[in-house]
Design a protein around this ligand. Structure first.
Ligand SMILES: NC(=O)c1ccc[n+]([C@@H]2O[C@H](COP(=O)([O-])OP(=O)(O)OC[C@H]3O[C@@H](n4cnc5c(N)ncnc54)[C@H](OP(=O)(O)O)[C@@H]3O)[C@@H](O)[C@H]2O)c1
Length: 313
């Protein structure tokens, strides 16, 4: 059996349980692409899974390769995989219940991949899929954000928020964004119309009558968000399911999004990126062997955009 370098967990717990080691190379299924990974990105779900917090929700077997963002080169195309050929440069948010992308190779269902944006190198492309799909499935699919709508985006400097601001602007919405003061310039550059430093201002004192709240924080932030919505507005959370009874009591709607892979949506996102209407923000790029450090940074809760793992040139 051929092997590869990968970062795996053999038990649930802290970042010290991430092991950079030899692992079996994945065997692609008939509808898979085998991808030579060039870069992977780190997302909060990675350390939530590492800690075992999603054990009752996701079907995982240990040892597990973490990481569900990838950019790389197709090296094998399954007999039932369509739309790609060996040598294609692709990106994907693969099935989260399979082994991930902190590895030299990953097998990905072809329909979960798209050609990577031509204008991005692999580390920047790897920073896109999971966070940008989350923004798309929350704002476009769940909230049905329209031109002229006003949207409040929490954690606008984070991985998901930085894409959400740009996507909302690309769709003609007015964007109110929260982050701390250090990120004022970044959030303005992304296109936000109004900035709120959440460390100094309670957003509910300066925001009202918005069409959409995008909740990437949960807890107290979600609770204080209900009152800023206009009647029949919608709160979309990707962190904790908003209770429908509370939404009804405020005369608004709510949705919880847990993202699903979509090569078709990644193709649309690649087009936006290649048109210069959206770009990934990179906090840092680390070698694959430093995945532990990447998790520590992500878990700190103040990444500015995405944390990327470089796997191969
Ligand atoms: N359900 C799903 O499918 C799904 C998909 C993707 C992500 N998620 C979840 O969504 C959450 C966000 O993900 P992410 O990748 O964007 O995380 P992230 O990149 O780690 O977010 C970090 C950002 O959060 C900001 N932040 C922290 N506390 C804040 C607050 N109280 N108000 C406003 N901003 C605050 C920080 O800004 P400052 O440094 O300026 O404080 C930082 O820029 C995570 O819990 C993740 O698991 C869920």
């Amino acid at each position: 059996m051929s092997t590869m370098k990968a970062v795996r967990i053999h038990a649930y717990g802290g970042p010290e349980l991430l092991h950079y080691q030899d692992a079996p190379r994945p065997q692609p299924r008939p509808d898979d692409l085998l991808i030579r990974v060039r870069a992977a990105a780190v997302n909060p779900v990675d350390w939530k899974i590492r800690e075992g917090a999603l054990r009752g929700f996701l079907n995982h077997h240990l040892p597990l390769i973490l990481g569900w963002d990838v950019a790389g080169t197709v090296v094998e195309v399954g007999p039932q995989a369509t739309g790609f050929k060996v040598g294609d440069e692709v990106y994907s948010r693969p099935d989260i219940e399979r082994d991930g992308s902190y590895a030299e190779y990953i097998a990905v269902k072809a329909s979960d991949a798209a050609l990577k944006p031509a204008t991005l190198d692999h580390p920047h492309a790897a920073a896109v899929p999971l966070a940008a799909l989350t923004a798309w499935q929350s704002l476009v699919d769940a909230a049905q954000l329209q031109a002229g709508h006003t949207v409040l985006i929490h954690a606008a400097a984070g991985g998901v928020g930085s894409f959400a601001v740009q996507l909302a602007k690309a769709r003609g919405a007015r964007v109110i964004a929260t982050a701390s003061a250090v990120n004022t310039g970044l959030v303005a550059e992304l296109g936000a119309d109004q900035f709120i430093d959440y460390t100094r201002t309670r957003f509910e004192q300066v925001v009202k009558d918005v069409d959409v709240v995008f909740d990437t924080i949960g807890g107290d932030t979600q609770e204080r968000s209900w009152r800023v919505l206009k009647p029949d507005g919608i709160l979309v959370s990707v962190v904790s399911p908003p209770p429908p009874a509370i939404a009804a009591a405020h005369g608004v709607r709510s949705a919880f999004v847990f993202i699903h892979p979509s090569g078709a949506q990644l193709a649309a996102i690649a087009q936006l990126i290649d048109e210069g209407r959206m770009k990934p923000i990179i906090h840092t790029v680390l070698p694959l062997s430093e995945a532990r450090q990447a998790h520590v940074i992500s878990q700190g809760g103040h990444a500015r955009g995405k944390i990327v793992l470089h796997v191969a040139d």
